[in-house]
Design a protein around this ligand. Sequence first.
Ligand code: 5CA
Length: 158
Amino acid sequence: MAAGGHERFRERARDLGLEIRSQRFPDGTRTAVDAAAAVGCEVGQIVKSLVFVVDGDPVLALTSGANRVDTRRLAAALGGDAARKADADEVRAATGYAIGGTPPVAHDQPLRTVVDPALLDFDEVWAAAGTPQDVFPVAPDRLVELTGAEVVDVTERG
Ligand code: 5CA
């Protein structure tokens, strides 16, 4: 449920010591392009919080809005055999949030995470705050800290 997603995210973020100054855009921030237009930033500064299934386990790829994940590179980076994108039910089961509102942290369970190095080019990036209407700014270093992520490029090569 969309409204619940934001409250749940706020509470869990507070428990993690992450101060959230989220902004709501009723017209929606469902995609990285939508979110960048709403915020007024570069698409590359938007965090896509993408869930993949690698050898049966959910993993999180925090990816710059300017990039796409290469599933073969993702599997290789994690020492797995095969990676595929999670479906909507799998995303909700793994994170507790819906596609389009999945935040980068504060999930139902800790998820093994990789962070796109391109996000570290920015002092501040914007990510979903639990619903497709809510986003918040955060230092990319904080996302790495909070998720215990590996910073590794698993994106499609241009
Ligand atoms: N709120 C925005 C910007 S922060 C957001 O959440 N973007 S996102 O990229 O993290 O989430 C949308 C992503 O979900 C899309 O990039 C797309 O890869 C994925 N997605 C959309 N529909 C589906 C679907 N049916 N199954 C699997 N993945 C999907």
